[in-house]
Design a protein around this ligand. Structure first.
Ligand code: CMP
Length: 131
């Protein structure tokens, strides 16, 4: 997912370019906006965290881009490409190093396991929206 900060800052094209140039195939793609309820549902696993309310508010503050990506070893490869959660710790040239504003407004989200990638893909896309 490209988060509201990176969309508002005009980085959709640059981020998709990095993703495809690094060998990820786009299986599904959508420009949409999450309601607070949907954002809360997406990040339900963080419900007890102190940053949850702020995260939900931010993630529903503007449009996002959701995508399903495919590549061998995609979870690890994508997490390497986006860099650490906190852009201050993100390696040079990673998407968060280049485009994130802060730990909370950190430009992109990537699934952390194949199981969660399935859950998160199903959150945004039907079978008819995948190619
Ligand atoms: P993401 O990879 O989307 O998964 C959970 C998100 O919670 C994370 O990126 C950050 O945007 C946010 N997050 C994690 N830790 C913090 C924190 N300490 N303060 C604010 N937001 C956080």
């Amino acid at each position: 997912m490209i988060k509201p900060d990176a969309v508002a800052d005009g980085h959709i094209g640059a981020i998709l370019d990095i993703i495809t140039k690094n060998g990820f195939k786009i299986v599904a793609l959508k420009y949409t906006k999450l309601s607070a309820e949907k954002a809360g549902q997406f990040y339900e696993v963080h419900k007890e965290r102190p940053f949850y309310a702020g995260l939900v508010e931010f993630m529903s503050s503007g449009p996002i881009v959701a995508a399903i990506l495919e590549k061998d070893n995609a979870i690890t490869e994508f997490r390497t490409l986006i860099g650490a959660t906190n852009p201050a710790d993100a390696a040079e040239g990673t998407i968060r190093n280049l485009y994130a504003r802060s730990i909370g407004e950190n430009a992109v989200h990537g699934s952390d396991s194949d199981e969660n990638a399935d859950i998160e893909g199903n959150f945004f896309f039907s079978a008819f929206e995948r190619f």
